[in-house]
Every structure is written in structure tokens, then in C-alpha cells.
Design a protein around this ligand. Sequence first.
Ligand SMILES: C[S@@+](CC[C@H](N)C(=O)[O-])C[C@H]1O[C@@H](n2cnc3c(N)ncnc32)[C@H](O)[C@@H]1O
Length: 268
Amino acid sequence: MSEDYFLGVHEKELERLKRQHEAWRPETIQHFKDAGFDQCMHILDIGSGPGFTTFEIAEQYPQAQVTALDKADLYQSYLKDEVVKRGYNNVSPLHADLLNLADSKTRYDGAFCRWVLAFLIPDLTEVLTTIYDKLEPGGVFAPMEYLSLDTFTCSPPSKHFDAYRNAWKNFYLTNHGDANIGTYLPQMLVEVGFKIRSIKSVGGHSPYGHRLYTWWRDAYDNFAPTFVRDGLMAQQDFDELQKYWTAQANNPHAYVYTTIISQIVAYK
Ligand SMILES: C[S@@+](CC[C@H](N)C(=O)[O-])C[C@H]1O[C@@H](n2cnc3c(N)ncnc32)[C@H](O)[C@@H]1O
């Protein structure tokens, strides 16, 4: 199988993805509803990772067969074990690279992805064309991707927080990804033939202790040390931000305004 994507694939990241799914579960489930997955019989979860969204779709829509496509060995083997453990009879793993899917003859009436396309920027037109081809006429595609990291800020303000946000942006850019993908994704979907049914922006104001505040804290613990190591963030910003997080526990008005997630419903 091809090389892992740049966020890294390992047990600790698998556990973070699980917590991340819990944090975004309400918005994700609403997106399934907006997409009309209740009308679908065969849904492709693209870049499913360990399968947290796959299992959610399989449980919410038992009428549908859900195919979980991911190229990461660890995530596919976790997913296969969970399918057996949880006794799902409507989940099929697909250990494949999205970029090598062109020859497959299977067609779906629904497709979903969350936090995948931002890693595939150099091949985005090819990727979206492949997804379009894999859908039956009338089939729905429901991506959920970052709109932009530029909205990500905090109150009270902190220049160390700004340094952390910039590190995230540059982490994507230096690895040929782009966390601002949501700003141009609708346009690109239309260019490959999709019609857009709806676009929604979710996330935003999250007071201290809110599930989305905790999500960003969690991402900091897991990624900021790597940013320091790779020269994307100064050690001093890391240390000061650590103190900032701790201090906000005693501030009833502290909040972050998260990166905004774009939820698009497009159809063929
Ligand atoms: C940030 S994770 C998101 C996982 C899952 N969608 C979720 O929301 O929990 C991105 C996933 O995309 C997968 N991925 C990246 N590039 C891929 C490709 N070319 N083909 C298949 N999977 C890919 C990675 O292996 C990883 O599991």
C-alpha cells in the first residue's frame, strides 16, 4: 500500500481520531440527514480512517451497505476487527488508495468524506472526478472539510495561540495540503460535473470545556510538540501557550472560535 498521509498513522492518532469523532458527532450526524442518506442503499465512506463515521452511518442507516475505503493498514485492520466484534453485517472494508480506484466497476448512490480532501490537493481534480464516476446518476456526495483555519482564534487573545494556528496552516502547506480547501471546493465540485444542493458552515464559538474547545486542546497536545520539532512553532510559543491553556480554567469567559467546517451536499 502507498505511503501514509502526513498526519501520521499510529495507535495514539487512532485514539485521537476516536475522540475527534465524539467531538464532532452531532454535526456529522446532521450532515448525514442533510445528505438524505436514508434514501441510499450503498454508501462509500472515503478515507474512513478507523471507521468511526462508517459505524455511525451503518447504525443510523441499517438499510444501506457501507463501504469503508482507506489506504492505511492500521486503520483498515482496526476497522475489520471492529466489524467482527460489533457484529455489523452492512459494513465492507475497502483497503485501497483513492488515487487507484479508477478501474473499479462498483457504483454507489451515496458518498461521504470528512477531513480527507485537504490532504489530496495536488490530485484534487482527479480525486473529485473519480468520486463523481463512482456515483450512480442522482447519487449524493457529502464532504465535510475545513473551510479555513483563518477563523481560528481565542479570547482572551494570545500571540502564542496565533503562532500555533499559523503552525497548523504551514503544516498543511509544507506537506502540499491545504486547510482552506472549503473556500474553493464548491467551485471544483461544479467543474467536475456535480450540482450543489446545500452548503453549511459549522463550528465556531466554543467556551472553555465545550467539546470543540477540548478538541483543539487535544490537537495541541498531540501535534504542537511535532510542530516545535519541525521548526513550525517556537519552543517559547509552545511553553507560553501551555500556561495560557492552564490559566483559562479559572476564566469563566474564555473561549476559542474554532476553525470552521464546511458541509457540502452535492449530487450527480
Ligand atoms: C484525518 S483522517 C480522517 C478519518 C475519518 N474520515 C474521520 O473523520 O475520522 C484522514 C484519512 O484519510 C486517509 N487517506 C488519505 N489519503 C488517502 C488516499 N489517497 N486514499 C485513501 N485514503 C486516504 C488516511 O489514511 C486517513 O485515514
